[in-house]
Design a protein around this ligand. Sequence first.
Ligand code: SF4
Length: 386
Amino acid sequence: MHVYVHVPFCASKCRYCAFHSRAGAADRDFRDFVRLLPREIALRRSSGGASSRSLGTLDTLYVGGGTPSLLGPDRVFALLDGVLRLYPLRAPGAEVTVEANPADVTPALAAALSAAGVSRVSIGAQSFSERTLRWLGRRHGAAETREAVATLRAAGVPRISLDLIAAVPGEPRGSFAESLREAVALEPDHVSVYPLSIEPGTPLAREGVRPPADEESLAAVSLAEDYLGARGYARYELSNYARPGAECRHNRAVWLGEDYAGFGPAAHSRDGLERRANVPDFAAWRAALETGSAPPAAVESVSPEDDETERFLTRVRLARWSLPNPESPAGRRRAAVLAGLAREGIVRLASPSGGAADDSGGAAEPLWALTARGREVADSVMSALV
Ligand code: SF4
């Protein structure tokens, strides 16, 4: 089982951010969130619906947001403890990830994460240029990222991931390359690189900032792939790079189409044919749980065909993937589409007979991969396969 917890608080809003999080929350809000989260899990567990079926032991836990590290050492420990009491880890090696803002990482926070059994910390570094960090509205500097990595390592956190934002408009030429160099110098196990997107409703969108041109984003991603690839970080997903064995197992499971349960405001869940999206409203989430009700959510049941398509499409983001149910009508149609895309140099057969390197769950089916050109037009490939 894979569990995601959404912590809906940030100290301040970054100018590009479209995630659900509230800036300026009071201490009481943090306290209530940590107190009520186990209640949501218990209520969903006892509901008897699809949401309760798959609640068992955990393979991966991912605590994101928002800014989980903003809760501070005691509350982060209590949050993890509360979840892990209800969901024992399947094995000692199960993956527990917590996202952190570099500005929050103190020795006490790092010790709390380590004591709670956190195996990965994903740090929102975003850039090592002070100018870019200010432009993005980040509340930390590059020095704090370096310190955060050292502090987490000293506390014994096994794995570190760094997030970077590429193709920031107006960034001086070479600045992103320098951020890549600085990031790799910290020897993280994992690096995520996302080109900046201007989402509706964000401060950048309101200010009329234009999104980076496609060529700019593609050039930055290509630079990242070359630089990171030459230093031992394989591009195992369109935006994610890892040293061997250090892929994010939680996200990989989601991309492979596995079920997951999400808790907290705005968290999504997939369980069989059921899809649940908690309403992105902390006040409503708290009010419902205080009265013993499950938090408000949009719940729908999808058709088996839509379910299969959704689970398959995210696989295409991975380095190698197989076609599910190749003998079904949809499977045969997709095989024909892939053959056409292969002729155009958009996809390639990575392994005709499957094998141990299968990123899509170990099937003995042929493994496909996007080519370099295919990675540039991945969205169109997914549309063609629907
Ligand atoms: S820290 Fe993350 S979630 Fe919070 S405002 Fe910034 S980008 Fe959004």
